[in-house]
Design a protein around this ligand. Structure first.
Ligand code: GLY
Ligand code: MN
Ligand code: MN
Length: 427
């Protein structure tokens, strides 16, 4: 067994992704290894005892992303098949990382990966890094060295018709082999931590949002009758790439005419006609973090009176609920307020989704939405009214940071009300 070497000073090695000349697994973005270490420390503290496992995704591609809990705790975007083991009671190794086996042929196809050693310890910030082939034995040893023999479950719960999570299955397999072991539910820890964003994270999310704001502005400038929805999408894509974003945070929705009332419309292939409203729900991903913004704007720069009336109701719902955003407020209170306004306006049946969600690594991010809002949370506020038979679907969506005293609208620079949008499109 190697000696415990807990790297106290981990340099932020800005090694790009595998395929570079070193291939050292390490956080590659603006958030340094010390932030990931602090996050792991918090989870260890909150666990208090026992042993937990967080698996990386089984595979990673341009569309299949890293497991988000694993990424949150390690910053390793390209290590698939890996596993993080956390054991607060362990005398030497509170954190252990298992990386998938190194295969020489694999390097030809997926880029160079180095052998284990000090560089990998420093790059990952984890003192004990081994290959997954050693995980069964090492995990048993780790559990047997913890007094409690608790197997701690950090993951969420699958519905009864979905597969049991890999982590829970592992804990059950371990429990059936290790006498006196028990499984403890600690599934509330990670959603709570992930929903409260630290400064470094807020800065990264602001970049995703800024890129998205610019993309929406470019789309408002570019739109004209006769354009295909796909062509408008290309405008968004070009701008987010120019701002250093590699991909969208979710499947974009470019819904014109009848499509603007289809909540999850993603075909994005219709010709946009004069006089129509186009609803664009598009968000960039920057360094794994999501932005999520929606605007509904007139194809030819001016709303009809009816379109404007609907837009104004949505604006009223948006303003009233954003004004309420501060610590202590609940999602239920926010939803009630938006319902109150839409009911009064006579559009109760044309408003059929909830007001918003947590935003972070995932577009619908982890968090406890039955609890009051807290400083550091980033949420979306996205009221909508959809009159499908008139081709008027309007949603306005912004990304709101909850502060100690209230909120900051992180997407405030994107024209919002019908008047602001018309004025912007006229320039
Ligand atoms: N773009 C997905 C959502 O707004 O929730
Ligand atoms: Mn949203
Ligand atoms: Mn959205």
């Amino acid at each position: 067994m190697p000696q415990a070497r807990l790297p106290q000073e981990t340099p932020n090695i800005k090694t790009p992704t595998p395929g570079n000349d070193q291939g050292i697994p390490t956080p590659t973005g603006d958030i340094g290894p010390e932030v990931y270490r602090a996050r792991r420390r918090k989870v260890l503290d909150e666990m208090g005892s026992g042993v937990a496992v967080v698996y990386a995704a089984d595979s990673i591609s341009t569309t299949k992303r890293q497991d988000l809990d694993f990424y949150y705790l390690t910053g390793l975007e390209y290590e698939h098949g890996a596993a993080l083991v956390l054991a607060p009671e362990h005398p030497q190794y509170q954190e252990q990382l298992f990386l998938r086996t190194l295969e020489v042929e694999d390097n030809r196809w997926h880029g160079n990966r180095p052998g284990l050693g000090r560089a990998v310890e420093l790059g990952t910030g984890i003192a004990r890094v081994m290959r997954t082939a050693h995980m069964p034995y090492a995990l048993n040893q780790t559990i047997l060295q913890t007094k409690s023999r608790e197997l701690v479950y950090l993951g969420g719960f699958a519905t009864y018709n979905a597969p049991i999570s890999k982590e829970l299955k592992l804990l059950r397999d371990l429990q059936s082999r290790i006498l006196n072991s028990s499984i403890r539910d600690a599934s509330d820890i990670l959603p709570r931590l992930r929903s409260i964003h630290d400064e470094a994270e807020i800065a990264v999310m602001q970049k995703a949002i800024d890129a998205t704001v610019e993309a929406h502005k470019a789309a408002m400038r570019a739109i004209k009758p006769g354009m295909n929805e796909a062509q408008l999408l290309a405008v968004f894509e070009e701008v987010i790439h120019k701002h250093g974003c590699r991909r969208f945070a979710y499947e974009p929705i470019i819904g014109s005419g009848p499509n603007n009332s289809v909540l999850h419309y993603t075909a994005n292939n219709r010709t946009i006609n004069a006089g129509e409203v186009v609803l664009c729900d598009v968000g960039a991903e920057y360094q794994m973090y999501a932005a999520d913004l929606t605007r509904a704007f007139p194809v030819d720069g001016t709303f009809t009176q009816r379109q404007k009336d609907v837009h104004n109701v949505v604006q009223e719902m948006w303003q009233a609920t954003v004004d309420m955003c501060k610590p202590g407020v609940t999602w239920a209170e926010l939803n009630d307020k938006s319902k109150e306004i839409v009911d009064k306006a006579g559009f109760s049946d044309q408003n059929y989704h909830s007001l918003g969600h947590f935003l972070g690594l995932d577009v619908h991010d982890a968090g406890h939405n039955h609890k009051p809002l807290e400083p550091g949370m980033i949420i979306t506020i996205e009221p909508g009214v959809y009159i499908a038979e008139e081709g008027i679907g309007v949603r306005t969506e912004d990304d709101i940071l909850i502060t100690e005293t209230g909120y900051i609208n992180m997407s405030k620079d994107l024209p919002r009300s019908a008047d602001e949008i018309e004025a912007f499109m006229a320039t």
